[in-house]
Design a protein around this ligand. Sequence first.
Ligand code: ADP
Length: 262
Amino acid sequence: MSSIDLRDVTVRYGRTTVVHGFTESLRSGEWLGLIGPNGAGKSTLLRAVVGIVACTGEIDVDGSPLAHRSRTRRAALVAYVPQEPLLPDDMTGAEYVMLGRAPYVSYFGTETRHDRAMVDDVLERLDLGRFAARRLGSLSGGERQRLVIARALATEAPILLLDEPTSALDIGHQQQALELVARLRHDHGLTVISAMHDLTLAGLYSDRLALLHEGSVVASGPATEVLRADTLAEFYGVRVSVHLEPDGTVVVIPRRDDLADR
Ligand code: ADP
């Protein structure tokens, strides 16, 4: 269970600022969805939190700066599912997911029974058992993507960053992966920040959304406030209609141009 506070997080590449003063606080168990068009800065922000790119501003976990923790401690606190992970083709599924246990396995140490049980449990919960002994190079894009999620969950880190975690998955496996994250959040207070292109799914699973445009937050709040047809038209240049289901789910539907008007 961990909280995370981002204050004025800013990332520059050379002279270009790609994330401008991002500020958000998440309590343990909260889920923040980052949305925004391509190039808005979502991946860069997640990469800054995980420490892959340098940033200014402050990132605190449980009230103390993440930057002051050792690399290993950081890896045990924050698990990350990158958008385009590099996977070693000759590693098996189980070996790859075991990498998620690295923060707990000493350099020369071997994994413990608990490490193996964790890996088996995550593989089973994501219905990946049959890929445990398969080489990654022989798997489909969706199967590999699910193993990347499994590796992050095997870390048991209290904070999970997801960058387009389900973009290669069919609708069934999307739901399975997101439901597993939702369950871990409910049962164990997992704190989640995800970048997702599917706006309906983003709204469905997040407590609140932050819409980024050119590195700045231009709208934030619950899905009902952020997923508005006029807002999406302004920042994505898209024509959609937005429906509110009786259970509160916000559904975003793309609209075709009316050919008769052309
Ligand atoms: P998103 O995830 O919202 O699609 P990104 O965070 O990937 O956006 O990119 C934000 C901006 O930063 C884009 O304009 C992109 O071209 C730029 N950018 C990303 N990575 C680099 C880099 N390594 N060097 C320079 N510019 C980059």
